[in-house]
Structure formats: C-alpha cells, structure tokens
Design a protein around this ligand. Structure first.
Ligand SMILES: [Zn+2]
Length: 416
C-alpha cells in the first residue's frame, strides 16, 4: 500500500533558506570525476544543489535547516525515461493467453492488447484519469523516481490524444510529485476503423498539427515495428514532428530487427527504446549518430522473454539508459527493481546500472528548464535519494521493497 508522504513544509520565507543534509555515510554523485564522493554534507538552496562539503562548520551558526541523515547513503534521484503513464482498465487476463503461447500480435488480433486499453481509457473521465496518473506518480516517487517521461498513446484519435496530453499537463503542475517530460505517442497502434496508412495520413493532416498547436508535448514517439508503423510511416511522422519543434524518440526492434534502429540512426533521434533485436552493426550506427539506446528489462521480465546481451553491448561502449516501460503489460513503477534485474540477473555492476537510470537517462529525457539532473553537483537540480542503507550499492538490492528512506525533491525534503 502507498504510504502518504510527509512533506517538510517550508514557509515562503524559509523556502529561500538553505537546507544542509549532513552525516552522509556514502554518496554516489555520478559526476565524471570523483563519482564516489567522500563529501559528508550537501547544501541545497531553493531547488538547486549549492555545494558538497566535508564539513558543515561554515554553516554552524547560520539559520540553515539541518537534516541529519544518520550515516545513510545518497544517490541521485532516479529518472524514468520511458513510461506509459496514463491509461485505464487492466489486462491481467491476457497472461493466460500468453501462457498458451499466443504472441503480442495474436492477442492484439483477438481484440485484446492495446485496443482493449484504448477502449477502457476512452470510457473514463478526465478527473479519473488525473487521479490514476497522480497515484502512479506517488508510487514512482516512493521508489525514488524524481523525473519521469509520460507518453500518451492510449487515445489514438486527435480528440483522445489531446485529452491525455492535457491531463499530463495538469499532473505537471502538482507539487511534490516527480516532474514530467511529456511525450505525444499518437502513433502507438491503430483502431479497427483505420489502416496504418489511413491513420498515418490522419496524424499528419490533423492530429500532429493540433498537438503542435496545443503546445502540450515535449517529444514525439512512434512504435516502429513490422506489423505496426512501417519505417516509411515512422519517418514521415517523425520528420513532421521535428519540423514542428518536438524532440524525437522511437520504439524499435522490440520483436524483430525491423529497420527501426537504422531509421533512428538516420534521423539522429534522441533515444531508440527496446532495441532488443537490433543488430550490432546498427547499434554501432546508432552510437555514431549520438542516439541513446533505451533498454527496458522489465518488459521481457513480465512477458517471459530473453534479455539482450548487456555485457556485449557494454563492451562495445554503446551508450544506453534503462527505464520501467510502465504499461498495462508491465506493472513496474520501481526503478530499483529495474536495477535489480540488471545487477542481480544480468551481471551489470551497481555503478553502471545506476548510471543508466540517472545521468544516462538525463541525456535522453532532459528537463524543460535546462537544469542538469541525474548527478549530484553544484548547480544541478536538488533531486536525490537518501537510502535506508549506509552503502549506496543498496539502491538495486531490494527488489520487493523500496530502498529509499527519504527524498530531496526539487529542494523539498520528503519522508515516507
Ligand atoms: Zn513503451
């Protein structure tokens, strides 16, 4: 059950004061140099990190607010760079079909899959969607997520996609919840009255222009996969989105090596996610083009599929991030659980896995205010997790419970 967070309320006057976190056991800053900081204290001013110090002597007689973390460790706030945040209903019944050997595509053909979620999502009112989203954000926060990418994609018409975007916009303004990067993903699937061709035409002539006009989206994403949006359709939608000022993201090669990774490299999109079946040749092209690969280990975990060979990809110095891929088939809000899959099931080091959900994720999912995130250093946004353990490695070692004791979220202290 979610336990309501206790927010240390600061008065408007006090909010301009310093907060000093001290008595830190160990701290992984994720800075390039000296990442494992010996610093024992962090000074926070407004929503930014002001300094990292060994001693708090200089502030002893000031009116700063002091928070003794009692020897606990600290890591940057987690960034969930791939989340299908907003949808209604559930599809737990589909597990039986998967057990019988039915594929994602076969379940979709039977009327299940995304279309079932689209039907449920269209049925509920905006207020209910808002409350669904708010609860999911609270849950993510409990697991240390301080910034989250939220995709639409369960509306699949101009009207319903815009409705989802406006609910995300409302959620953006709520205090003491993870901040949001909003992604329009109208090109997620098609409804039965459309073909992929006719829906692509509608997106280009109506939905995308209306989305651009609304100014509600930071990025555009396309599900580029054989049987879904083709490479050509994806290219048309992405080029038009870029022209309209949106950043580009893609879902590629989740089920087969279908050319999505190639297109990602050609268009130099910010991140190409899933990418489980992308060839090594294409991975190198993506790397050369500056495209981040976004691995989503929770999806194969939930579906019983294999993981890609992370060690081989790591050995080729291919940059990648990791995220939850929270969706109706993958009820994972916990970044530490994703870390556990990487570290305790796939041989990744706690440091490399942490980089994937902090500074690497920050590259694919930037803040709109331009503040640096995913690192603990002066000038960066004051987002960090105080863990239960004195050892920072604990962030990914408790898969069934949250390792997070309390959070500094945009400079506000939150206890659970
Ligand atoms: Zn996804």
């Amino acid at each position: 059950m979610f336990v309501e967070a206790i927010v240390l309320q600061l008065s408007p006057l006090a909010s301009t004061m310093r907060t000093i976190y001290h008595n830190i056991g160990s701290m992984q800053t994720m800075n390039d140099i000296d990442s494992l900081s010996k610093g024992k204290a962090i000074a926070v001013k407004d929503n930014k990190i002001e300094n990292i110090m060994d001693s708090i002597d200089e502030f002893e007689s000031s009116d700063a607010q002091f928070i003794d973390v009692d020897g606990r460790s600290i890591v940057p706030g987690f960034i969930d760079g791939h989340s299908h945040l907003l949808w209604a209903g559930d599809r737990f019944n589909e597990h039986n079909l998967r057990m019988q050997g039915k594929s994602y595509a076969e379940i979709a053909e039977m009327g299940g899959g995304i279309m079932e979620t689209v039907r449920q999502t269209r049925k509920v009112g905006a207020e209910e969607l808002y409350s669904i989203g708010e609860n999911r954000l609270k849950n993510a926060l409990r697991y240390g997520t301080t910034f989250l990418e939220a995709k639409t994609g369960y509306g699949l018409s101009t009207e319903h996609e815009l409705r989802l975007l406006s609910v995300v916009e409302q959620l953006k303004s709520v205090q003491n919840l993870p901040s949001i990067h909003s992604t329009w993903m109208g090109a997620h699937a098609v409804t039965p009255e459309h073909t992929y061709d006719s829906y692509t035409d509608e997106i280009l002539s109506d939905q995308l222009p209306r989305v651009l006009e609304s100014n509600l989206a930071d990025s555009a994403d396309v599900f580029c996969e054989p049987g879904w949006f083709s490479v050509e359709q994806s290219e048309d939608i992405l080029r038009a989105s870029r022209k309209g000022g949106l950043r580009l993201r893609m879902h590629v090669d989740e089920f087969s090596d279908g050319g999505g990774g190639e297109l990602a490299a050609e268009l130099r999109v910010r991140t190409a996610d899933h990418a489980h079946h992308t060839s090594m040749d294409t991975r190198m092209k993506m790397k050369d083009a500056g495209v981040m690969t976004g691995f989503l280990p929770g999806t194969p975990y939930c579906n019983g599929d294999d993981w890609p060979n992370f060690a081989e990809i790591h050995n080729h110095d291919i940059p990648f991030s990791m995220a939850t891929d929270f969706n109706p088939n993958c009820h994972i809000s916990s970044i530490p659980f994703i870390g556990s899959l990487a570290v305790q099931r796939n041989g990744m080091s706690p440091f490399d896995a942490l980089a994937c959900v902090t500074r690497q994720a920050a590259k694919s999912t930037p803040r709109s205010d331009g503040l640096e995130q995913g690192v603990i250093k002066p000038g960066a946004v004051a987002n960090f997790n105080i863990l239960n353990s004195k050892h920072w490695e604990s962030w990914c070692m408790s898969p069934a419970s949250s390792p997070v004791h309390s959070i500094c979220l945009e400079g506000t202290h939150i206890e659970f």
